[in-house]
Design a protein around this ligand. Structure first.
Ligand code: ZN
Length: 348
């Protein structure tokens, strides 16, 4: 007998994350933001009319459709849900930009960081982050935005949407040659005026907390300090976590917490605390909630008291002390950070 299973991109990890936010008690200290669906006008600032119309039409059919790569099926009505996801991230950005909250986490689904202008892919229909950022730029056209993507897959959508844009610094830390393959190489650096504003850190499979923290310390922090963003947006995927069925990394809740704290500190130093996290991948229904809660604790400064029940089950050395070879991809990216510092005249 062949037993059926669910698609890895299911609601489970997100629903359980939301439940843990409630059960942990942290929810009562957080501000719940009202959201509205993104509009077609919002989508058109990022995506082609053809892509939007194809998704809308397929979503209206009885059988639903696919985001664009035959691996990303969606059911009827998913267009409206995707509008809510993009609208959720946009609401988070708006609340932070208007100073109603200091930072915000958009727990949205479907994810967005693989969607390019003309198509969806990799379970993503529309680029939630780009839709949110471009709406903010209607009021502030010159808004300087740093996108830090720690999802285990390459943030190809964000990269290509902003490949020519010197006002958007797009950093992606991901597992090399995972998805999309041949994407997110360290020599993909932006084009024209945008050259130098795309930075990729393609890490080897097996990398854990120590390697990710090194990537933040050696790439993310100096790059953002050189760039000087008005807003930091993180593509918050938890598929670099141990126990993830699609990634092969070994990050734990401790590692995600450390990364989030560094982003909070950067935002405090550089842009009056403005930090938005937009949820991306993460396919372990049991572990994503604890990683997500650790990030919310770091962003809010509130300790829920909940202890990660899996942390002692994952004593991989790679979590803590990186092997020298695991740091090689970081060293390559550091060269590009130096170039950015020189270009922008930053003093370290
Ligand atoms: Zn992912």
């Amino acid at each position: 007998m062949v037993q059926p299973f669910t698609h890895f991109e299911s609601p489970e990890s997100k629903a359980r994350f939301a439940s843990l936010v409630e059960v942990s008690g942290i929810a009562e200290f957080l501000v719940r933001l009202a959201i509205a669906p993104a509009t077609v006008e919002d989508l058109l600032r990022v995506h082609t009319a053809e892509h939007i119309e194809r998704i809308r039409t397929e979503s209206a059919s009885k059988h639903g459709g696919d985001a664009g790569d035959d691996y990303s099926p969606f059911g009827p009505g998913s267009y409206e849900i995707a509008l809510l996801a993009a609208g959720g991230t946009a609401a988070a950005v708006a609340a932070v930009m208007e100073g109603r909250v200091r930072n915000a986490y958009a727990l949205v689904r479907p994810p967005g960081h693989h969607a390019v202008r003309e198509t969806g892919m990799g379970f993503c229909m529309f680029s939630n982050i780009a839709v949110a950022v471009q709406r903010a730029r209607v009021a502030e056209p010159g808004l300087r935005v740093a996108v830090v993507d720690f999802d285990v897959h390459h943030g190809n959508g964000t990269q290509w949407i902003y490949y020519d844009d010197p006002n958007t610094l797009a950093i992606s830390i991901h597992q090399e040659q995972l998805y999309p393959v041949e994407s997110g190489l360290v020599d993909e650096r932006g084009n024209g005026a945008g050259h130098g504003y795309t930075i990729n850190v393609p890490l080897y499979a097996g990398s854990g907390n120590g390697t990710y923290i090194a990537a933040f310390e050696q790439v993310v922090i100096p790059a953002l300090r050189a760039f000087g963003p008005d807003l930091i947006v993180a593509a918050s995927g938890f598929d670099a976590a141990s126990l993830d069925p699609l990634g092969s990394m070994t990050v734990t809740s401790t590692g995600f917490s450390a990364m989030a704290k560094m982003l909070v500190e950067l935002a405090d130093d550089l842009c009056v605390g403005r930090l938005v996290m937009s949820h991306e991948g993460g396919y372990s229904p049991v572990y994503v909630p604890y990683c997500g809660l650790a990030v919310l604790e770091a962003m809010s400064g509130i300790d829920s008291g909940v202890v990660d029940p899996f942390i002692d089950l994952m004593p991989f050395p790679a979590q803590v002390t990186p092997r020298p070879f695991q740091l090689e991809p970081i060293l390559a990216a550091v060269e590009h950070v130096r170039d950015l510092e020189t270009k922008l005249g930053a003093h370290r």
